[in-house]
Write a protein that binds this ligand. Structure first.
Ligand code: ADP
Length: 629
């Protein structure tokens, strides 16, 4: 695992890298912002241009409708004055302008005709401008008697044969459009017939909440509009000259003229704008679509508020920015995630590298430890081989020592029968000389018995002295016991010791070597014989029992037992409590090692009723071929 220290260092280095990256990212961020601003501006401009173009198209449609309705209205009355001027009742009146009957007749005629045509007023002016008869002769503001020679429709008609004029009636104070046609009688121009039409109807047809439709005169003064608030207001300052020109025709009679605080501009895409005080979003800006009506010297204008179009552009910009913001945020989140992932992966990689490094180190250590272990094992093996060698030499030495120890006793054991055998032989000679062959035979048989006994002893000694082979076989315990017993018979007999053997109903078979097993038994039994030397009870008990996979063999004596302090050491080599010359201290040590070689063990304890007890554990073997050593 990555150590806390390492991971801290790693994190610190990652933070430094991040800071460096952030520093490098600054100019890019500024560039991105500039690009974003440019893009935003472009989106805004494009959307506004498109919205303005739509607005302009709508304005054009409205304008052409307004213009055609205006033209249609005027066209309806255009030809009428000249037709009416040709009427007899009119012409008669101009021949006798003071004739009251004719005036009355003309008045009635004009009133009826005006009603019929739907005109606001119809009147006849004499060549000096005086009104002779009028359709409103019976109204409070009758034109009759009024002189309107100053009106262009009069003098234009008198001079050019046709007069048109838009004005506020000086008498009626009502706006109207005037058509004037000359009245020629007998080749002489005697007066003008005027028809005034009402413009209210036109304005009503233009009614619109949103769009302003207005008509301006040559002086740029609004005289027709679907909204009354701007009526009689001019665009641009009313200079004294402009005022004077308007005054001359008394176009607007006594009406108060105003000036609109708006100025005409042109925006980047060529659309005409009318900008008032305040800002565009407060509806004080209009897109202007206009068309001139040269006949009447008018200009028809349609004003459309730009507020919605501008809002649309701002909304598009907002949406764009929002979209960009969302994308940027998503991008940022993805970037952040990727960065975190990269950091995590880097940390994992570092942890992996660290782990690999540790594994390599550890493997190296293990390898050298293994090599050291191998060396140690081979050293131990060599030591063990050495030990085994030493041990077997010790065993042999022990045996030879035992033989040496025994030699005195053995010479006695052999000399006695030899002496006896000699006596028997000599006796046999005498008996044969005397012809007592039966007695001589008896002597010979005794001699043979003695020779057999000596042969057995020597055979055991030979076996005992021989180096055993190391192979383990199934061994009949009874055979080894018997051999040991025979080997020690002379000692048992000499010291009056009884060896009681109980091997159970089925004689046990154990794993081992017969000679070595015999050697163990000889060692134990000789120790026991030594132990009971001064004891009144010279009984030794050898018992064997089956215990599962093992055979337990116990030798008990009735001697003094083994003192507790001595017990842990009696299996040590050269440990002996016997006087010099009597004990080498090798017997139990050799026996212990032999049993260990057999896969068994040996112990010592004192019997609760007195005496020492040596329980041996041997591996049980199935009865079969007996091994020979
Ligand atoms: P040695 O017999 O030459 O002394 P052993 O290894 O056979 O060597 O025995 C070691 C010692 O164990 C003996 O000196 C003796 O003190 C003690 N020992 C062995 N067998 C007995 C026994 N049956 N009773 C008491 N002591 C014993």
């Amino acid at each position: 695992m990555l150590g806390a220290d390492d991971s801290g260092k790693h994190r610190a280095s990652m933070t430094a890298t991040t800071r460096l990256t952030a520093l490098r990212l600054w100019p890019i961020a500024v560039l991105c912002l500039a690009l974003l601003a440019a893009l935003g501006w472009l989106v805004h401009e494009q959307t506004r241009a498109r919205a303005f173009a739509d607005l302009h198209e709508r304005g054009q449609n409205t304008l052409s409708l307004a213009e055609s309705s205006l033209r249609g209205q005027l066209a309806r009355f255009e030809r009428l004055p000249s037709l009416l001027a040709d009427q007899r009742v009119i012409r008669s009146l101009l021949l006798s302008p003071r004739n009251t009957d004719l005036i009355l007749a003309a008045n009635f005629y004009l009133r009826d005709t005006a009603e019929l045509l739907g005109a606001s007023d119809l009147y006849v002016m004499y060549s000096d401008g005086e009104t002779l008869a009028a359709s409103n002769f019976d109204q409070p503001h009758s034109f009759v008697g009024g002189n309107f020679a100053f009106r262009p429709y009069f003098f234009d008609a008198m001079a050019k044969g046709e007069g048109r004029f838009f004005a506020l009636g000086t008498t009626s104070n009502k706006r109207g459009y005037y058509f004037g046609a000359p009245i020629d009688v007998a080749g002489q121009r005697r007066g003008v017939l005027v028809i005034k039409i009402d413009v209210d109807e036109i304005e009503q047809a233009w009614a619109s909440e949103e769009v302003r439709i207005l008509v301006t005169d040559p002086e740029d003064i609004i005289f027709l509009s679907n909204r009354p608030d701007w009526l009689f207001h001019s665009f641009g300052a009313l200079t004294p000259e402009r005022r004077a020109r308007t005054e001359a025709t008394r176009r607007y009679a006594n009406a108060e003229l105003g000036v609109l605080d708006y100025r005409m501009t042109q925006e980047s895409h060529g659309f005409n704008l009318l900008q008032g005080p305040g800002n565009a979003v407060d509806a004080s800006e209009y897109l202007v679509v206009k068309s001139a009506m040269p006949d009447a010297e008018w200009t028809v204008q349609v004003l459309l508020p730009t507020r919605a179009a501008r809002l649309q552009a701002v909304t598009a910009l907002g949406m764009g920015l929002l979209g960009f913001g969302i994308c940027a945020l998503a991008g940022l989140v993805i970037w952040q995630r990727r960065r975190q992932l990269a950091v995590r992966l880097a940390m994992q990689q570092a942890a992996k590298d660290d782990l690999e490094r540790r594994v390599i180190e550890r493997t190296q250590q293990l390898r050298s430890a293994n090599a050291a272990l191998r060396d140690e094992v081979s050293e131990r093996r060599a030591a063990e081989a050495q030990l085994r060698q030493t041990q077997s030499e010790l065993v042999q030495a022990g045996k030879l020592a035992a033989l040496g120890q025994m030699s005195a006793a053995l010479s006695h054991e052999f000399n006695q029968p030899l002496g006896a055998a000699r006596n028997y032989a000599e006796n046999a000679q005498v008996l044969l000389d005397r012809g007592r062959t039966e007695e001589a035979r008896g002597n010979v048989e005794r001699i043979i018995g003695m020779i057999d006994r000596m042969t057995r002893i020597s055979r055991h000694l030979r076996n005992f002295a021989r180096k055993p082979n190391q192979q383990l076989r199934a061994v009949a315990l009874a055979d080894s016991v018997l051999a040991a017993q025979e080997f020690l018979d002379w000692r048992l007999a000499k010291q009056g010791v009884t060896l009681q053997v109980e091997l159970g109903p089925v004689p046990p078979m154990v794993i081992g070597g017969p000679v070595r097993l015999q050697q163990v038994l000889v060692n134990l039994i000789s120790n026991a014989i030594d132990a009971v030397e001064d004891s009144p009870d010279k009984l030794l008990e050898l018992r064997a029992t089956h215990d599962g996979a093992n055979v337990r063999v116990t030798l008990r004596d009735h001697g003094p037992g083994v003192p507790d302090a001595v017990q842990p050491r009696i299996f040590d080599p050269f440990f002996s409590t016997k006087e010099v010359g009597k004990g080498l201290g090798l017997g139990l040590s050799i026996s212990y090692n032999i049993l260990r070689d057999f896969g068994g063990e040996s112990m010592v304890r004192n019997h609760p009723d007195g005496g020492a007890e040596f329980p041996l554990v041997l591996q049980a073997a199935v009865a079969g071929a007996q091994a020979a050593e």
